[in-house]
Design a protein around this ligand. Structure first.
Ligand code: NAD
Length: 304
């Protein structure tokens, strides 16, 4: 196995859960945690190191921002989280400042590094981080709607009594309130989801709504979400580490629009290898346009 060094910046609930998932999935030989709260970070590392004997990962240690810039994979999970009833986009002012100073502090960045943005609003902050870091677009991307897609698969799996891994359906667009499911191309075993009797359009709309609301529901109950995103980011690192070329809906740079949002993409050891030309029906085209407008509106607001 390649001796991959993975740096996680932000040792809060999300960053430490990602570290734990990496350890238990045996991904990354060396894991580094970086946080401005160094005492908390030390405690998290001591705690996480107790899981190392059960893993093929060889070390977990604390680093500086400068050390993080030298890693093979740099994961950014630093910043404010949503409060109850707060949308992800409301975090933009606080988190854009954090990301801008953080990218400055990790320079010079390993020019072969893969950078994964997790901090919200993820699509906009990935664009900011790409501009500040100068890394090629294919090497810097966000977790995007990968988590939302897994949430949708979970709900569909229950409804259809089929394994979640056998369901091919994507949530795309903004990782936020304008995300939407691509029902026209969704299938199980080559059969369109729309042909399953349990999946009337009304039923599908309800599942899409439940998927979109799940983060709000979790935050209302326990204040934050972190296990699901940790499993997603660890799986992304596995795909990169083993050059698996898995298709995942990630927040990628969309040339046509000049911004980042999620569409199914092939992920390998060099980053995003291709964005698949998935087809949209007329209604989905309109939803995509709406999502793009939402993202552009936020970008415009934060650049004025
Ligand atoms: P948290 O408050 O538990 O942790 C955030 C950590 O960032 C803190 O430990 C803080 O000290 C650290 N930090 C702040 N500024 C820093 C800096 N400049 N350098 C280093 N560390 C810094 O929050 P959390 O629950 O871990 O959430 C982190 C982010 O992840 C939030 O923006 C949240 O919205 C986002 N998130 C994204 C997804 C997704 O699907 N993309 C899912 C869940 C959470």
């Amino acid at each position: 196995m390649k001796h991959t060094k993975i740096a996680i910046i932000g040792a809060g609930a999300v960053g430490t859960s990602i570290a734990y998932a990496l350890i238990l999935k045996n991904i990354g030989a060396e894991i580094m945690l970086v946080d401005i709260n160094t005492q908390r970070c030390t405690g998290e590392i001591l705690d996480l190191s107790d899981a190392l004997p059960f893993s093929l990962c060889s070390s977990i240690h604390q680093g500086t921002a400068l050390d993080a810039g030298k890693a093979d994979i740099i994961i950014i999970a630093a910043g404010m989280r949503q409060g109850p009833d707060q949308s992800r986009t409301e975090l933009i002012d606080a988190n854009a400042q954090i990301i801008s100073s953080l990218i400055r502090s990790i320079q010079p960045i390993n020019q072969d590094a893969i950078m994964i943005m997790v901090t919200n609003p993820v699509d906009i902050l990935t664009l900011c981080a790409q501009q500040y870091s100068g890394l090629p677009h294919k090497q810097i991307f966000g977790s995007g709607t990968f988590l939302d897609t897994q949430r949708l698969h979970g709900l569909l799996a229950q409804k259809l009594s089929v394994a979640a891994t056998s369901i091919h359906a994507y949530v795309v667009g903004e990782h936020g309130d304008s995300q939407f499911a691509l029902w026209s191309s969704a299938h199980v075993g080559g059969i369109s989801l729309r042909h399953f009797p349990q999946c009337s359009q009304h039923e599908l709309d309800l599942l899409e709504q439940q998927t979109q609301n799940k983060a709000y529901e979790i935050i209302a109950c326990k204040g934050a979400t972190y296990f699901g995103i940790a499993a997603c980011v660890a799986t992304m690192c596995q795909t990169i580490n083993f050059d698996q070329k898995t298709v995942m809906p990630l927040s990628c740079y969309q040339e046509k629009y000049g911004i980042y949002f999620s569409l199914p993409a092939v992920l390998g050891k060099k980053g995003i290898e291709q964005i698949l030309p998935i087809e949209f029906d007329d209604q989905e085209e309109k939803k995509l346009e709406h999502s793009v407008q939402q993202l552009r509106g936020i970008i415009k607001k934060c650049s004025t």
